[in-house]
Design a protein around this ligand. Structure first.
Ligand code: PMP
Length: 358
């Protein structure tokens, strides 16, 4: 049987996508070769690559003035690439530090640029996002970096900060699960291994005018312009992740696009939060209700022994990936786009059963 995969990433992918890939694996498009054996300059692969770019644009609805790039190195490399490419001399970058990932982005940003925290949620244990008027950007700020969803803390940003500089966003853990307000951004990036495909790359959307503005001298792989000018074919691209992501995106388009993905996410998260909230405090979600993530639902049990027992019982029921991140403890259920509603229902049933038994 398929596991109920609540892992935080890499994560579950649509079974149909896996089966299609399996059926095509040894002989792709009549080539007599696997996709992973083809030249990245072949006509067969080129068609896959173009289709992946098209689908990324259509599902995201990114306007044409954004270039779409497929870049290896995950979201982590983007922590450095974004400031390296966007900042001119004497410009700085502000960061909303909303949890572990906001912290990580700032830490790497500070290695390559003049980067500072424009808001830090540490005093509230990273259980909420900044409210109106709380983010302050300093003079000379080129962009404000935000994390749309903090994967470990289980919070998401619902209101963008009211600042007058462009935003740069790490959307790794809720990528393409809600519409993007493109006017506010100069750059959006994320690793694909949660909502969109297997690990191996980040998808980067960058406003073309932002690239022409400063044109820093960089090694080519680190230069967004090089990726943009070559349609991400400057060197051998991560062909298999691109190919699988295109299939996932095609499925999203077929189900009704980003709004349909959003509705499904809201529905699944509502089920689980209702189970937690309806447990008379046996299970508890510690975050600000306004900021509750639809992708990563964190919850605690009354004590560590019960938590251990709960996780062991979950494993017996083929529910995996429910242990919270080692830095915060507790439990966490990640409900990424391809996780079936039936998996959430199974988890809710188990939550009720376990509580009755204790
Ligand atoms: N940002 C966020 C919000 C994440 O959840 C993660 C990975 N869990 C990363 C960045 C790092 O991504 P990668 O592993 O693709 O470098």
């Amino acid at each position: 049987m398929r596991a109920h995969n609540f892992g935080a990433g890499p994560c579950t992918l649509p079974l149909q996508v896996l089966e299609e890939a399996q059926a095509e694996f040894t002989d792709f498009a009549g080539s007599g070769m696997s996709l992973v054996e083809l030249s990245h300059r072949s006509a067969e692969y080129d068609a896959v690559h173009r289709r992946a770019l098209e689908l990324t644009r259509s599902v995201s609805r990114a306007p044409e003035d954004f270039a779409i790039l497929f870049v290896q190195g995950g979201a982590t490399l983007q922590f450095a690439m974004a400031p390296m490419n966007l900042l001119g001399p004497d410009e700085r970058a502000g960061y909303v530090v909303s949890g572990s990932w906001g912290q990580a982005a700032l830490a790497d940003g500070a290695v390559v640029a003049d980067a500072y925290p424009a808001w830090d949620g540490a005093t509230d244990s990273y259980r909420r996002m900044p409210g109106a008027g709380e983010v302050t950007v300093q003079p000379g700020t080129r962009f404000l970096h935000v994390t749309s969803n903090e994967t470990i803390g289980g919070i998401r940003m619902t209101a963008l900060p009211d600042v007058d500089v462009p935003l740069v966003a790490d959307m790794s853990s809720d990528y393409l699960s809600r519409p993007i307000d493109w006017d506010r951004y100069d750059l959006v990036y994320g690793g694909v291994q949660k909502n969109l495909g297997p690990a191996g790359m980040a998808v980067v959307f960058v406003r073309r005018s932002a690239l022409d503005r400063v044109a820093p001298r960089l090694p080519k792989y680190l230069d967004y312009r090089w990726h943009a000018e070559s349609d991400s074919l400057g060197n051998t691209p991560p062909m298999f992740p691109i190919y699988l992501m295109a299939k996932v995106l095609a499925g999203m388009e077929a189900m009704g696009g980003i709004e349909a993905v959003e509705r499904a996410a809201e529905d699944k998260a509502a089920l689980l939060y209702a189970a937690i909230d309806g447990s008379d405090g046996f299970y508890a979600n510690p975050v600000d209700p306004e900021a509750r993530s639809l992708m990563n639902v964190v919850f605690t049990l009354p004590n560590a022994d019960l938590e251990k027992e709960f996780l062991a019982g979950a494993a017996q029921r083929h529910m995996i990936g429910l242990k919270g991140h080692r830095s915060v403890g507790g439990c966490r259920a990640s409900l990424y786009a391809a996780l079936p509603r039936a998996s959430v229902e199974a988890l809710c049933d188990y939550l009720a059963e376990f509580r009755r038994g204790h």
